[in-house]
Structures are given as C-alpha cells and as structure tokens.
Ligand binder design. Structure first.
Ligand code: HEM
Length: 415
C-alpha cells in the first residue's frame, strides 16, 4: 500500500486540482500514517490521515513542535522566520502567555460588537447582490467580510481598509499559478510597515483592539518587541482572511448543488449554528497543518523519529468514516459534528468564534433575501497545497421580495 503515496505528490499544488477522495479513503484504511518519500529538493514527511491520529498529534505539544513551521511549505524549507514570535509558530510558556494577551481583544463584549458588524455588513452585501440578480460571490461579497472583521479586531481606521485589502490580496493570494513573488514580498513589507505605524499610535493612546493589547502587553515583565507585535497583527490576516472567505464561497457553491439541503435551511428545519458546522466540515479550507517531532515516539502504532516532519490532513480527517456517519453526504443537520476544520489542542484556532459567525450570518442572509441561487458560470479554483476552494464564483439569485422589503423597512426605520 506504500505505492499509494508514491503516485501522489502532496507538496505540489497541482495535485489538488484532482479529486483525492479515493486516495484519502485508501490511505485511512491501509496506511493511516504514511511516509511521503523525498521528491526533488523536498525531504520526506509523514502523512497522517485518520481523525483520531490527527487529534493525538495536535494534543501532544511535548513530542511535537510548531516552532519549525506549521505548514508544509515552511516545514519543507527548513523553518519559519517568525518562529518563537508569531503565535501559531511559538510553543510552550511563551505561546501560552502570548495567547493570553491576544485573547484580551477577544472578550465577549468586543466579540459581540464585531459579530454585530459582521451581521450588518453581510446583510447589506448579500441584499445588494440579490437585488442586482447576479454577482461574482467571491469578489463582490466574500472578499469584503473577513477583512472587515479582522480590521475591526485590529481597530484599523475605515479610511485605510481598501488600501489594506489590496495589499493583502497581493501578499497572500493563491489565485494564480504565476502570482508574482516580488510583488507579494513588497506588499507583505508594506503591511508590516503599516502595522508598525499603528503600533506606535496605539502605544500613545490605547483602545481595546488587538494592536493596543499587544502594544501594552508584557511577558515575564518584558514588553513585546515591535517585531512580535507587528507579526501577530499580520497573523490575524494570514489566519482569518482567506480561510473564512473560502468557507463562505464553498457554502454558496455547495448549497447551489444540494437543493434539498437548501430547502431545509430556508424552511428553518436546521439551526444556523448546526448548518454552519457542516459547511465548515465540508469546505475544510485549510487542508493540512504540520508539526516537527522532537523525540522518538509513535503515532497510530507507527514509529516517528525526532526531527521528522509530520503533516495532519484535515481534508481526510473530516471525511473519516470512523467519526462521521455517511461522511460524503452534505447534511446540514449533522450532530454531533466533531470536525477539525479549526484544528485542536493548544493551537486551536483563535478566530473560530468569528469564523463561525461569518458563516452563519452568510447562511442567515442568503435564506432571508433569496429563494434560491445557482452557479452561473465557471468557478476558478485556487492554486495551493495548503488551502482549497475557489477565488471566483459567478452566481445568479432568485430574490425573496418579502425578505428584502422587511430589510429595507428596518433600515429605513434605523436611519
Ligand atoms: C489557528 C483554521 C479563521 C486566527 C488555526 C488553526 C486552524 C485554523 C486549523 C490551527 C493551526 C495549527 O494548529 O497549527 C481556521 C479556519 C478559519 C479560521 C478554517 C475560518 C473558517 C480564523 C480567524 C482568525 C484566525 C477569523 C482571526 C481573526 C488564527 C490564529 C491561529 C489560528 C491567530 C493561531 C492560534 C495559535 O497558534 O494559538 N486556524 N481559522 N483564524 N487561527 Fe484560524
């Protein structure tokens, strides 16, 4: 069964343009902890495909570290330059303390305010698109919501948002196979400089946003360095923009292809919260994360040596038949739904609550303003070995005049 993995190069973004359903199924059954051999300049690495084994590695931050990178691309390159500074690639005491500081900006009051903005923003964008009749859902709706949410968390002034959105598109987008490396690097540097300026401003007059809590936070009596502050601001964009965007785009595409499930949602037969969890399991926008083994150990009965790279495949774990009944069915009412789209353990996604709010507000707006929708042209797939989904999705809506009229009445009343 080792030949299974000889035919598939998981480091190559092109691989993910094919349907890997059968590959993952076979791997879970016959070789759940498989050795992906070295190819070209890339070293070999372990591929963990069962839900239980993925959770076991995530939980174990004694034998496994994120400090040598947590994505295949950085693990294969030999490390992450932000290690020990940026939350996702920092471990142990410093990770716990940094996470505590960042969580101050995620207080229930702050989150409630941000969730309300997500709701307003989503309803406005969806209502406008439904009234126009057609849109590119990715471009016209999904690209605005997560960045707006992160900008709220960071306290980015409204006047700078478009500028930041255009920079993050150039810095991170996996839209095109030939996305310019130099442009991406320049955009990334501009974002870091921009956050550097904001840190200075917030140090002088702090608020309750992430930049302020980082600017005022201390670990073991020492302020954070400017690099740490700036990198952790940036990490919210890396962590929360494209993942949420891809989940929303996938929600629309999948619902358009599952009319019976759409009717259940529209009729109120499934709760928004339960439906959002299934959308997240189905989309699984982050296909993998990874760790480096620190001491010789075992995963699923297979020996892993210190220094080995271990990759954890959510795209497989979220279809594991040992955990999910009928895993290949999109079932909005699925409970329980122990998906691992947000990871697990000490590095569990810091933005999970907001990611869930974004998806459920989208579902709510769709069912209020539209009777139904269809994909109106070819969707463009992104090119990545880490994220999966679409960067363009033409959609045609059938409006719900009653829902739209109620929306305009309440807006009229609140103006
Ligand atoms: C961590 C997925 C939304 C910020 C993670 C991890 C996953 C994940 C799987 C674990 C990484 C690891 O263990 O190495 C997702 C998905 C999202 C989403 C699928 C949307 C559907 C967000 C949002 C934010 C965010 C909205 C910020 C506002 C972060 C941060 C971490 C993280 C800062 C690092 C946490 C730590 O290391 O302690 N995310 N995420 N994410 N996520 Fe998310």
């Amino acid at each position: 069964m080792t030949e299974l993995i000889h035919d598939v190069d998981l480091a190559d973004p092109q691989t993910f343009h094919s349907d890997l359903t059968d590959f993952w199924k076979q791997l879970r059954e016959h070789s759940p902890v498989a050795w992906h051999p070295p190819r070209g300049d890339n070293p070999g690495f372990w591929v963990v495909s069962r839900h239980a084994d993925i959770m076991a590695v995530y939980r174990d931050n004694v034998n496994f570290t994120s400090e040598r990178g947590n994505l295949l691309v950085t693990l294969l390159a030999g490390g992450d330059s932000a290690a020990g500074q940026m939350l996702a690639v920092t471990d142990g005491h410093r990770h716990r303390e940094l996470r505590k500081i960042m969580l101050r900006a995620f207080s229930p009051r702050a989150l409630e305010r941000i969730a309300e903005r997500v709701r307003e923003n989503t309803r406005r964008l969806v209502a406008e698109a439904v009234e126009r009749g057609t849109c590119d859902f990715a471009e016209d709706i999904a690209s605005h919501i997560p960045m707006g949410t992160i900008a709220d968390l960071l306290g980015v002034p409204a006047s700078d948002r478009e500028f930041l959105l255009s920079l993050t598109k150039s810095a991170l987008s996996s839209d095109a196979e030939d996305a310019g490396e130099v442009d991406a690097l320049m955009a990334r540097n501009e974002i870091l400089l921009y956050f550097g300026d904001l840190v200075e401003q917030r140090r002088a007059s702090p608020g309750d946003d992430v930049i302020s809590v980082l600017a005022c936070g201390e670990i073991d009596g020492q302020s954070l360095t400017e690099d740490e502050m700036v990198l952790n601001c940036y990490s919210l964009i890396i962590g929360g923009d494209e993942t949420s965007r891809l989940s929303m785009i996938d929600a629309v595409r999948t619902l358009a292809g599952h009319p019976a499930q759409w009717q259940l949602l529209r009729g109120g037969d499934v709760s928004l919260g339960t439906a959002a969890e299934e959308v997240l399991r189905w989309a699984t926008p982050a296909m993998h994360f990874g760790r480096t083994c620190l001491t010789d150990t075992e995963v699923g009965g297979v020996r892993i040596a210190a220094g080995d790279i271990v990759t954890l495949w959510h795209s497989s774990g979220n279809r594991d038949e040992a955990v999910f009944d009928d895993p290949y069915a999109f079932t909005l009412g699925r409970t329980p739904n122990k998906h691992i789209a947000f990871g697990y353990g000490p590095h569990f996604c810091l933005g999970a609550y907001l990611g869930r709010v974004e998806v459920s507000e989208l579902l709510s707006a769709l069912r209020t303003f539209s009777r139904g929708f269809e994909v109106a042209g070819p969707a463009r797939r992104i090119h990545s070995n880490f994220l999966t989904g679409f960067s363009s999705l033409p959609v045609r809506f059938e409006p719900d005049p009653a829902g739209l009229a109620r929306y305009h009445e309440t807006r009229g009343a609140s103006v």
